[in-house]
Design a protein around this ligand. Structure first.
Ligand SMILES: *[C@@H]1O[C@H](CO)[C@@H](O)[C@H](O)[C@H]1NC(C)=O
Ligand SMILES: *[C@@H]1O[C@H](CO)[C@@H](O)[C@H](O)[C@H]1NC(C)=O
Ligand SMILES: *[C@@H]1O[C@H](CO)[C@@H](O)[C@H](O)[C@H]1NC(C)=O
Ligand SMILES: *[C@@H]1O[C@H](CO)[C@@H](O)[C@H](O)[C@H]1NC(C)=O
Ligand SMILES: *[C@@H]1O[C@H](CO)[C@@H](O)[C@H](O)[C@H]1NC(C)=O
Length: 404
């Protein structure tokens, strides 16, 4: 024991020195660590700032604009909006991002009907768009032959590229062509023969809606015929539609033979006589309702089965569907004026001599209608029916009266 004790003693002062040195080093390390930490944190903040600014400058289109119905400003000289997706550059080479997903198929795609309806029925559950989305109005033309009033529409659309899209559904037998410099060029969607007469109109409407839904930018959808004309300039029409909180499907209950008389009791219990409605097929709706229409697997098959021939489903399907499911949001009126005052099963068709400045002015001054809960001087944005020989007069008066 003693020996061991002796051996240890002389080392004691050395040990004390060691401890002091270690303590000294410890504080030195602590100090260095502190400096290091402070420097690291400062640097990381600094770098974060740089990369953040860099991203903002690099992809200005990525700033979210979630609110599609919010305020918007329109000048006819606005440049077309930037593509709503990341553009491939040298920096992000190889990254595809949303580009592929957002790419709009050509109007003349080869999707089957069921494939197209399925794709059109997709709804994102996240409401805010992670890119700047400029809402567009889809103009859906349901025509038999050529669009004789196309030059008037060309004038209407001129200078507003990026705010509208056009889709044309012609009779399958129509083989006419459209000049390459026309806004209607390449906008014809695939159509096919349908055996059961009038019902094909509703089918064509659904086909038009489904095609337009494939473009995520399309927010409002207007159905028009080849005999329709616009009553206001593009800016007014666009603001009216994109700013609206309502849909414009004419809905009324008509007791006579051409109303309730067309109801088939075999539609019970899905559709009762009390729910049966009538209205114009020239409708306007928002994206939400358009998706519901192309996804409808409850009422559509009933119409397909029991509303044929003289039932004229195009006058009943959308009004009845909107009445049963969306009456709270529907204005129950149409935006497309027609002259029914002369009686008969069809509205009056305006020819060359009918078109005057006074006629066009009177269609614009119809009276007052409710718009977003307030009175508005605009009741109709479009009018029908105008024959092809009215074109030159319409073109002559449009700049003066309609402002385009
Ligand atoms: C859209 O904008 C309007 C007015 O700017 C605002 O009242 C509304 O809350 C916004 N909606 C959403 C979903 O942000
Ligand atoms: C779409 O149409 C354009 C020109 O009309 C053509 O060049 C392009 O290949 C088409 N795209 C597809 C996917 O068919
Ligand atoms: C278009 O169809 C008509 C008959 O409907 C035919 O006479 C004409 O030759 C066709 N034109 C073309 C370019 O196919
Ligand atoms: C439209 O009609 C429905 C009944 O079908 C009604 O509940 C709704 O209030 C009407 N909307 C307007 C704006 O009058
Ligand atoms: C479009 O029409 C509105 C009236 O509806 C008018 O106030 C506006 O000035 C017109 N815009 C152009 C560019 O002519």
């Amino acid at each position: 024991m003693k020996n061991i004790d002796h051996q240890l003693r002389p080392q004691a002062p050395m040990k004390l020195l060691n401890v002091q040195m270690q303590l000294h080093n410890f504080f030195l390390y602590l100090l260095l660590l502190g400096f290091g930490l402070a420097f690291g944190i400062t640097l990381s903040f600094y770098l974060k700032d740089i990369s953040f600014n860099f991203q903002l400058n690099q992809f200005p289109v990525l700033n979210p604009l979630p609110n599609t119905t919010s305020s918007f400003s329109l000048v006819s000289t606005t440049p077309p909006p930037p593509p709503p997706f990341r553009v491939l550059t040298k920096k992000n080479k190889g990254r595809v991002g949303l580009t592929d997903f957002l790419r709009v198929p050509n109007a003349s795609h080869d999707m089957r009907e069921d494939e197209m309806l399925w794709r059109a029925s997709m709804v994102p559950q996240v409401r805010d768009f992670p890119f700047k989305r400029v809402p567009k109005v889809a103009f859906l033309f349901l025509t038999r032959g050529p669009l004789a009033l196309a030059p008037l529409w060309e004038l209407f659309f001129k200078g507003h590229e990026g705010l509208y899209s056009i889709y044309v559904h012609s009779d399958p037998s129509f083989n006419g062509t459209v000049p390459e410099n026309s806004v209607f060029y390449g906008r014809r969607i695939p159509s096919k023969e349908v055996a059961w007469g009038k019902f094909s109109m509703v089918e064509a409407e659904r086909r038009l809606l489904a095609n337009a839904l494939l473009d995520f930018s399309n927010q409002r959808f207007v159905l028009l015929s080849e005999s329709c004309i616009p009553l206001y300039n593009f800016t007014t029409v666009y603001q009216y539609l994109v700013g609206s909180t309502q849909t414009f499907i004419e809905v009324y209950d008509f007791p006579g033979g051409v109303g309730r008389g067309r109801y088939n009791s075999r539609m019970m219990p899905t559709i009762s006589l009390a729910q049966w409605r009538k209205g114009s097929q020239w409708v306007e709706m928002d994206r939400h309702l358009a998706i519901q229409v192309v996804s409808d697997r409850k009422y559509y098959p009933i119409f397909k089965r029991y509303c044929r021939g003289s039932c004229y489903s195009d006058e009943h399907y959308l009004p009845t569907f909107a009445h049963i499911k969306f009456s709270r949001k529907n204005s129950n009126r149409t935006l497309t004026w027609a002259d029914w005052s002369r009686g008969g099963p069809h509205p009056y068709r305006f020819g060359r001599v009918d078109v005057t400045v006074d006629l066009l002015k009177s269609l614009r001054n119809y009276g007052q209608c409710v718009y977003n809960g307030r009175p508005s001087d605009i009741c109709h944005l479009f009018a029908r029916k105008f024959s092809s020989d009215a074109l030159d007069r319409l073109l002559r008066f449009a700049p003066k009266v309609m402002g385009f």
